[in-house]
Write a protein that binds this ligand. Structure first.
Ligand code: ARG
Length: 457
């Protein structure tokens, strides 16, 4: 018989059990469910709603169940519907009638809200920690490459010389925003739903501040009607993961491009690349490709829950049971993606020579020549035109603009003097504005992120 079976005269159909049950996936919440129930029953005792002895018996029973689950001895039965009822039923089996008092002044609506919220809160912190480890890798790589030249791109076309360290710091900036988003979600959602009961609160003299402290929340939620159907915390982590994966997919795409024979900027380590089942010579970038692919899946999970929540009337509706699988999936795939991205970056080889060779293609210092001419008092439009002619000359000779001799440059315009320096290094070194690619500025950025890593502990 179901725990709620009192008003029913027939057993539920097997098909209904299968359709209705969340137990196969919400088992994941067993720790939060047990902790929540212990906090709830301790509070009930403190308030004189049950006795201290009863609360102790309940606690012992719940801890026994935790052990059973962890040792694989717990008997999962889909007709229990969900983790909340599976544990409560087992508690009653173990300690008898006292177990029946646990659900006083509580509903599964606030129970699932508190369990799932706490599970998600913990994962926000896990993501934040992982992201910091990733940022540390960007910092380590950047330190070694503050003067390693590569072509900075716009439109995926060579644009201006930058350093690889500068490029890494771009990603550090991106992922730092992700870190902040996970932390902000944690702070905003760190509020306690327990005690809201079904939707309207309870006539029992409970103390929601007591369970708030016991479970480590900042404060109780303010309105119970909202609380039992609020899934913003779940949507937020799905969005945070989507954004994080979008960022990871951009780096993944660059790693895929960089590891082609055309580019050859990086070589992925054997540990983090894969072979082909037919072409013996191949080494494939499956890691970044999977990250790129899993990003689509993360977006899907976000869209799915947004759609589930759309138009739901207050308060709890069973629709919301559909909130969990997507979140579990996004969390699992998001965490492993960031972990493996970090390892792949740590172990890849950076091919400086190939980066330099590529930087010599595409006349990357053309803007520098135009800027030089502007400094000689020539209006920018004219300087742009003169530079265009210099580029054409270099093209006709099959060399890079930075390789033209002073005489060749002078043949384009007499005003070009000895002080002209179109080298790639000079181009990079001269970009000293705050946040720019000059090595001393990149060092500043490295220090900025080191400070962030230290202070956000
Ligand atoms: N398994 C349910 C869920 O995940 C728990 C809440 C059930 N509440 C109810 N009134 N049926 O949403």
């Amino acid at each position: 018989m179901k725990l709620w079976g009192g008003r029913f005269s027939k057993q539920a159909a097997k098909l209904l059990d299968e359709f209705n049950a969340s137990l196969p996936f919400d088992k994941e919440l067993y720790i939060e469910d047990i902790e929540g129930s212990i906090a709830h029953s301790q509070m009930l005792a403190k308030q004189g709603i049950i006795t201290k002895d009863e609360a102790e018996k309940i606690k012992e029973g719940l801890l026994e169940i935790k052990k059973e689950i962890e040792e694989g001895k717990f008997k999962w039965d889909i007709s229990d519907e969900d983790i909340h009822m599976a544990i409560e039923k087992r508690l009653i089996e173990l300690i008898g009638d006292t177990g029946k008092k646990l659900h006083t002044a509580r509903s599964r609506n606030d129970q699932v809200a508190v369990d799932f919220r706490r599970w998600v809160l913990k994962r926000n912190l896990e993501f934040a920690k992982k992201i910091k480890e990733l940022i540390k890798v960007f910092v380590d790589i950047a330190k070694e490459h503050t003067t390693t030249l590569l072509p900075g791109m716009t439109h995926l076309q060579h644009a201006q010389p930058i350093s690889f360290g500068y490029h890494m710091m771009a990603y550090a900036s991106m992922f730092k925003r992700d870190y902040e988003r996970f932390m902000e979600s944690f702070k905003r959602n760190n509020i306690n739903p327990l005690g809201c009961a079904a939707l309207a609160g309870t006539p029992h003299p409970i103390d929601r501040f007591e369970t708030t402290n016991a479970l480590g929340f900042k404060e109780p939620t303010v309105n119970c009607l909202d609380t039992v159907s609020d899934r913003d915390f779940a949507l937020e982590i799905l969005f945070n993961i989507s954004m994080l994966m979008m960022h990871a997919s951009r780096l993944a795409e660059e790693m895929i491009i960089w590891s082609t024979s055309e580019f050859g900027f990086i070589t992925l380590s054997d540990e983090y690349s894969t072979g082909s089942s037919i072409m013996p010579q191949k080494k494939n970038p499956d890691v970044p490709e999977l990250i790129r692919g899993k990003t689509g899946r993360a977006y899907g999970n976000l869209m799915a829950l947004l759609t589930v929540m759309k138009g739901l009337p207050l308060a709890y509706n069973k629709d919301t049971q559909e909130d969990k699988e997507g979140v579990f999936d996004s969390v699992k795939n998001g965490l492993i993606s960031i972990e493996i991205l970090k390892e792949t970056l740590k172990t890849m080889r950076v091919n400086k020579e190939n980066m330099l060779k590529a930087t010599k293609k595409g006349h990357l210092t053309a803007t520098d020549l135009a800027d030089y001419l502007v400094n000689k008092g020539i209006p920018f439009r004219e300087a742009h035109h003169i530079t265009g002619r210099a580029v054409a000359l270099a093209e006709s000779k099959g060399v890079d603009l930075s390789d033209l001799s002073l005489d060749e440059l002078k043949s384009i315009d007499e005003r070009i003097g000895e002080d002209v320096d179109l080298s790639l290094e000079n181009s990079m070194n001269s970009r000293k504005s705050y946040g720019a690619t000059a090595p001393e500025r990149v060092k500043e950025q490295i220090e900025y992120f080191e400070k962030f890593l230290k202070e956000s502990r």
